[in-house]
Design a protein around this ligand. Structure first.
Ligand code: FAD
Ligand code: HEM
Length: 394
């Protein structure tokens, strides 16, 4: 809980800090990477730095955390902390690194605020930082404790590589040493490290899809402008060994019996396939509506497996939207306004795809009567949406 001393200071300064975050973050990262260039080798994604999504997510989350402490003094924003801790754990982040971010973030804040960064202001924000850092460190320790091994990454050998849709390849790996394999929960992801052109390692997350027992399987869409996926598609071949993390991620199926809406667009099918496979293996009787939007049937990753799994579930149906005329049940972008969806208070919805797709669908699901708290999403990049109440509101 925030101390009585810091509370009024945070109330007075949260506006200015939130407003200055976009200016503070570039300076923070510049100074941190100057001092610690090794953090760009295996820890931070260079592209997320360049396209600006990650810097805003990290620093923005501290302002969001402070605002939560002011509005709900007796609780923490558990969803935000959990999502960040899972991402950190997938990268093998250790507590020793927290002072590094602290030093450079607070250096940048002090430089930006100038005289306004009085000792009281700095002390109050210091308190917020360490409350959040301690909460994350505790969660991350708990996550590491659940692993079947005590390493952050282990070597895995590529055993098969298969084209499954236009620009989409499935990679199946087997352990390349005797590190015990941590069991994954359907919906979770791993971080894969790849050596890029200039020799540094770049980490990227990929959702696990059903595989042979003891293997890891991922389905990857090539981003032609990306740093890692073109290398995976073109230069990594059967027999090659890559470093892969333990599985993490908190977007997993609820344990209830209510109906489910599973919605994806493009490569967002990967967690949905993992969910459908789990439901099929459990012999689930739940009512499941699968919604998928894509450019065309050719581009739809995992079409065959999704069709097969939906067929095998007694109460599942699938509705599609394809931009290519005549290929889906509906033409164009997904819009469920005119679709007869059987949803109620107990329905849980899971979505994965581009942010604009998920934002639009969330509003439509709420219109249909799905409670906001039951709408879950996985985002294939740093999550900036979670910092806004609209992503969580009931
Ligand atoms: P990156 O190098 O990360 O580039 C991404 C984008 O950044 C590019 O389009 C590029 O245009 C832009 N960019 C790069 N440099 C600059 C610059 N200088 N200025 C402006 N923009 C720039 N992907 C899958 O295919 N399958 C999955 O199952 C999957 N699951 C995921 C699960 C999670 C939890 C997360 C977080 C992500 C997942 N992803 C998945 C996405 C994946 O991790 C990668 O982000 C994605 O594949 C792109 O990687 P890349 O290295 O090729 O591109
Ligand atoms: C990702 C917050 C400390 C490294 C993130 C994200 C947030 C965040 C919000 C985005 C999560 C997502 O992907 O959705 C914080 C906060 C911290 C903290 C509030 C301190 C209180 C650290 C430290 C390090 C670190 C100490 C390492 C030095 C990373 C990395 C990512 C990340 C590498 C993923 C970035 C990417 O791939 O683009 N963090 N973080 N974080 N964080 Fe932290």
């Amino acid at each position: 809980m925030l101390s009585q001393k810091s509370r009024p200071v945070i109330e007075q300064t949260i506006g200015v800090i939130a407003e200055r975050i976009p200016a503070i973050t570039p300076e923070f990262y510049k100074s941190m990477f100057n001092a610690r260039p090794d953090l760009l080798d295996g820890m931070f994604s260079r592209s997320n730095q360049k396209n600006g999504t990650q810097p805003q997510a990290l620093a923005g989350s501290i302002a969001a955390f402070a605002s939560h402490l002011l509005n709900h003094p007796d609780s923490y924003p558990d969803e935000v902390l959990s999502r960040v801790a899972h991402k950190h754990a997938s990268l093998g982040l250790l507590p020793e690194e927290y002072p590094t971010v602290h030093e450079h973030l607070f250096g940048a804040i002090a430089a930006d605020l100038g005289d306004a960064a009085t000792p009281e202001v700095v002390a109050a924000w210091d308190e917020v930082y360490w409350l959040m850092a301690d909460a994350l460190i505790k969660l991350e320790k708990g996550l590491y404790g659940q692993q079947a091994n005590d390493v952050m990454f282990a070597p895995f050998r590529l055993v098969s590589k298969e084209d499954i849709a236009e620009g989409v390849v499935a990679f199946e790996f087997e352990p390349a040493d005797d590190t015990p394999l941590t069991r994954s929960i359907p919906g979770q992801y791993v971080t894969i490290q790849v050596k890029v052109k200039d020799g540094i390692r770049q980490p990227r997350q990929f959702t696990l899809v059903p595989s042979q027992e003891g293997h890891r399987r991922v389905v990857i869409r090539k981003d032609p402008h990306g740093e890692v996926t073109p290398i995976l598609h073109e230069d990594i071949n059967e027999g090659d060994v890559l470093e892969i993390s333990n599985p993490y991620g908190d977007v997993v199926l609820d344990e209830g019996h209510g109906s489910l809406v599973l919605a994806s667009a493009g490569i967002g099918t990967t967690p949905i396939v993992a969910f459908l496979d789990r439901l099929a293996k459990e012999g689930s009787q739940r009512k499941v509506t699968v919604l998928h939007a894509d450019h065309s049937k050719e581009r739809w990753p995992g079409r065959q497996i999704m069709e097969r799994l939906v067929d095998s579930l007694p109460n599942a149906t699938m509705i599609t939207w394809m931009e290519t005329p005549g290929e889906g049940d509906h033409e164009g972008f997904m819009n469920i306004a005119d679709v007869d969806l059987d949803v109620d208070e107990d329905t849980n919805a899971f979505m994965c795809g581009p942010l604009p797709f998920m934002k639009a669908l969330r509003s439509q699901l709420i219109e249909k009567g799905v409670p906001g708290r039951n709408i879950h999403y996985e985002i294939f990049g740093p999550d900036q949406w979670m910092l806004h109440d609209e992503a969580r509101a009931a």
